[in-house]
Ligand binder design. Structure first.
Ligand code: PLP
Length: 424
């Protein structure tokens, strides 16, 4: 193994990041378990940063893909009509859009979340003829220049190498504490002819901020933001790339909130198997793109269409999976509250997108490191990486879930046990 790690040190760019926290060579994965080359099994509470909501190599998704490849199905189709693409669109319309009363066109963008966000922002600018986009503190929307401008994190922004223009930052829900309604502040400033914010093309928001620290926007706040967008002639964009595909307990993170965003971005778990795939959903009246105005060679990842369709059929054809997610979320919150309460800490997040806020990035990373020694893969989130974030596959079985949480509990005890004793 040491030899192989040396290859990475010698050849791969310094830009790599997760491999620094988990310096093992991984070669196999199934469900919520990932194996290193010595055969050691790790429970995966990172799940590709929520790209593997249905676990690694789900047997039904895998079988659908293997069948498709065996039959010489189209792998790459640019944006031509293929049967795999038709079947994805038909299933998405029938199982996702129609039952939720949603009327959207599906735009296939380049296969990353950032590209879906680029498309969303470009289209909002084109529709409104304006340039300014409002995004929020701690928001994360990707690292290509347009999406990066909307991203708050200074570490990522620093990589741009040029000024990031065209975005005004507004405070997210609760940014100044619970007594200050930041949506009202934004409305006041936009309504003031001397407020200094250029008329916005769009307001873009994550209902739960994934990278930015599991900050949860309330239903009331999101409704107000949507109303502000409308009042001021901007499109309302929801970035559901991380919070979508069941992570908060429903397919869309916002679907129980009575919202009707103009544009929705999706990626991460959309393919269901970790294959690159992103879409941007557009209200039909906004679909004013000229052919190829926003394109990308890899918009036709047909393997992803096949697994995405299989995932929709398997998990979203009825309400059984949602019921399972509600039970798992309840269990997870109960376990995390009990750990957090021991040390006077706070649980943040919603559904199965939750974590424990510690006092610092050092504490959170020490806890994650202890977990890894105990064969649990888990990462941090937040402006200071101060949150230990749980992103277990949604399909994880309850025994493994409980054992993973035991490891987490032990790591908190090992790192903070002294602190608790001191407080007593
Ligand atoms: C991960 C993420 C993105 C960017 O997706 P990439 O595939 O990494 O480009 C955008 N928005 C949110 C909310 C994300 O979590």
């Amino acid at each position: 193994m040491t030899d192989q790690i040396a290859t990475f040190d010698r050849v791969e760019s310094q830009v790599r990041s997760y491999s620094r926290s988990f310096p093992k060579l991984f070669n196999k994965a199934q469900g919520a378990t990932i194996f290193d080359d010595e055969g050691t099994a790790y429970t995966d509470f990172l799940a590709g940063c929520s790209s593997l909501n249905y676990g690694h190599n789900d047997p039904d998704l895998k079988a659908a893909l293997i069948d498709y490849i065996s039959e010489d199905g189209i792998a790459h189709g640019l944006d031509m009509f293929t049967d795999a693409k038709e079947q994805f669109l038909e299933a998405f319309e029938r199982l996702i859009l129609k039952p939720r009363g949603m009327d959207y066109r599906v735009q296939f963008t380049g296969p990353t979340g950032a590209n879906a966000v680029e498309a969303a922002i470009k289209l909002a600018r084109k529709v409104t003829g304006r340039t300014n986009v409002i995004s929020f503190t701690n928001g994360f929307h990707g690292v290509t220049l347009g999406a990066l401008a909307a991203t708050g994190n200074s570490g990522h922004r620093g990589g741009a190498g040029i000024p990031l223009h065209g975005v005004t930052r507004a405070p997210f829900d609760g940014y100044y504490g619970k007594d200050i309604n930041t949506a009202e502040l934004l409305d006041q400033q936009l309504s003031d002819p001397s407020g200094g914010i250029d008329a916005p093309a769009a307001i873009i928001v994550e209902p739960v901020q994934g990278e930015g620290g599991l900050n949860v926007a309330s239903q009331g706040w999101l409704k107000k933001i949507q109303a502000i967008a409308k009042k001021h002639g901007a499109l309302f964009i929801i970035d559901d790339i991380q919070a979508g595909c069941g992570r908060t307990g429903t397919f869309f993170s916002f679907e129980k909130f009575g919202l009707s965003p103009d544009i929705v971005t999706m990626a991460k778990s959309l393919s269901g198997m970790g294959l690159p795939f992103a879409i941007t959903l557009l209200k039909p009246q906004h679909d004013i793109w000229k052919p190829a105005e926003h394109n990308g060679t890899f918009r036709g990842n047909n393997h992803a269409f096949v697994t995405a369709r299989a995932a929709l059929d398997k998990f979203w054809a009825d309400g059984a999976f949602e019921t399972e997610l509600a039970e798992k979320a309840e269990f997870l919150h109960r376990r995390l509250r009990s750990i957090a309460n021991e040390y006077g800490l706070r649980v943040k997040g919603r559904g199965l997108m939750v974590g424990i806020e510690t006092d610092s990035g050092e504490t959170a990373s020490a806890i994650c490191k202890l977990c890894f020694e105990d064969r649990l893969i888990i990462e941090t989130s937040g402006a200071h990486d101060e949150i230990v974030k749980i992103l277990a596959p949604l399909t994880i079985d309850m025994d493994q879930f409980a054992r993973g949480l035991d490891i987490l509990e032990n790591a908190f005890e090992a790192e903070l046990g002294g602190q608790r004793a001191a407080a007593e």
